[in-house]
Design a protein around this ligand. Structure first.
Ligand code: PNW
Length: 483
């Protein structure tokens, strides 16, 4: 670890190592648009947003969104302007294999698009971090066999999709993430039903689904798909390509609401439900005891052969984290570990100001504690693959107002200061920070209401304009990276 001399303010300054990676993250469905172009197939999110009684808050879809399919050179230019060292983006499975399945044809124009993007990044000296699955399952697979619910089918289909991607891009891509946030895939998608494919036992909110069983099956299958992709890479591609691969898990720090025993237990259960469900099998090689206690037989089990695949199927811990909650026992929501979340504790102390999303406040000290917890428990280098903030009512502001994004700037700078403390003072091995997100985009079931970008997007003209936060982040890294 490099420790530097006095910084400009006269404090003892510390720096991150020169090879610390930073940049911005995006996802295909949220930025590409061009959903019907060049042979792309339909995704479950296209279908979800086009449903007659759409659950998307503003009734929007991502058919055009930022138009990155045509404007990827603009995106790369902006990254370059921000001096970002890396760019984390995702591949659209239905753009690459329109019908999704292992016997279905590969779309050469889909491969071409990502080849162009990767080459453009490399030409500008920006390192690609590539996510295979950021929520956009081919609708054809949902129709054919129920998508992520069918273990035997989806695992093989995903494995072949991964193979196509390693073959096509692995000579240049050395950093892979299999699946983005399996928890946010399963719980909103199959438990609450408010994200694609929108299944849940809640009628009439969802026409189909079974909250009791489906989410746990889907989570199980996501882990297996990840593990198969890991094994495939490890065995057949890593020897020549020499890259790294893991999964990205979301998770937020929880602080006991009061000092009683039951609030502490609630915190432990929430960590198990949100993180341990996936991280314990993958990083520790055993199932989460707490998940088993809560779910009993509803939690599927791995066979001994499957355990061999799942255990240790990761080269780093991919961490998406946004916020912190106070927590206490109560309620019967298994997905939260039978606990309730608050932004205020028993003494009335508040974590922060509300923003565009009801689930999000800025809590930098919680971020630091979270990194420490993950490192102590899972003992892997951590890549922060997302963190970010959406200012309140930003979608109602003029461009000038939105670009003066004081709260987002404070969020990222405070989070980065705490990341630095986690590294320097707590000895946590953090290797990257990817801000969510490069530019305003389609925020899934919340449509175009929350704006998370460090770049303002005028969705009529598709023009991009830097917000103040982008400059502040660049300056932070200028000052805090070792030469
Ligand atoms: C992430 N929560 O998802 C996703 O990876 C992004 O695609 C998304 O745009 C971003 O966060 C901002 O929402 C999350 O409710 C969505 O705690 C919701 C939660 C966490 C992560």
């Amino acid at each position: 670890m490099t420790r530097s001399m006095e910084d400009l303010n006269g404090h003892v300054g510390h720096r991150l190592p020169a090879d610390f990676m930073w940049g911005y993250a995006t996802a295909a469905q949220q930025i590409e648009g061009a959903v019907d172009e060049d042979g792309r197939g339909e995704s479950i999110w296209d279908r979800f947003a086009s449903a007659q009684s759409s659950k998307v808050q503003d009734g929007s879809n991502s058919n055009e969104t930022c138009d990155s399919y045509h404007r990827y050179k603009d995106d790369v230019r902006i990254l370059k302007q921000y001096k970002a060292k890396g760019y984390r983006f995702s591949l659209s499975w239905p753009r690459i294999i329109p019908k999704g399945g292992r016997d279905d044809p590969v779309n050469p124009l889909g491969l071409q698009y990502y080849n162009n993007l990767i080459n453009e990044l490399l030409a500008e000296g920006i390192t690609p971090y590539v996510t295979l699955y950021h929520w956009d399952c081919p609708q054809a697979l949902e129709d054919r066999y129920g998508g992520w619910r069918d273990k035997d089918e989806i695992v093989q289909d995903f494995r072949r999709y991964a193979q196509v991607c390693f073959e096509a891009f692995g000579d240049r891509v050395k950093n892979w993430i299999t699946i983005n946030e399996p928890y946010v895939v399963t719980i909103p998608g199959w438990f609450n039903g408010d994200c694609a494919p929108g299944r849940s036992s809640k009628r009439p909110f969802s026409a189909d689904g079974n909250t009791e069983t489906e989410p746990w099956i889907v989570g199980h299958n996501l882990m297996l798909a990840h593990a198969h992709a890991y094994q495939l890479y490890d065995k057949y591609y890593r020897p020549q390509q020499g890259g790294k691969l893991s999964i990205t898990l979301n998770g937020d720090w929880v602080e006991p609401w009061s000092d009683d025993e039951s609030s502490h237990r609630a915190a432990e259960r929430k960590m198990a439900a949100a993180i341990g469900w996936f991280a314990d099998p993958i990083f520790l090689g055993h199932e989460s005891k707490i998940m088993r206690e809560m779910l009993g037989d509803r939690l599927p089990t791995f066979t001994p052969e499957e355990w061999c695949l799942v255990k240790g199927s990761s080269d780093f811990y991919g961490c998406n984290t946004y916020t912190t909650n106070y927590i206490k026992c109560g309620g019967d929501d298994v997905s939260l570990g039978n606990s309730e979340l608050f932004f205020q504790n028993s003494r009335g102390e508040s974590l922060g100001d509300p923003c565009a999303c009801p689930w999000l406040v800025s809590c930098p000290w919680g971020f630091r504690k979270h990194l420490g917890y993950l490192y102590r428990r899972y003992k892997k280098p951590i890549l922060v693959t997302e963190a970010g903030f959406a200012c309140k009512d930003e979608h109602l502001m003029t461009r000038e107002e939105a670009c003066n994004d004081v709260e987002r700037t404070a969020y990222h700078i405070n989070y980065l200061d705490n990341l630095l403390k986690a590294v320097i003072e707590d000895g946590v091995d953090v290797r990257s920070y990817f801000g969510w997100t490069l530019m305003d985009n389609w925020e899934w079931a919340e449509g175009y209401i929350p704006r998370f970008g460090v770049t303002y997007v005028d969705f009529k003209t598709k023009q991009r304009y830097p917000k103040d936060s982008a400059g502040a982040i660049t300056r932070w890294f200028d000052k805090h990276l070792s030469a």
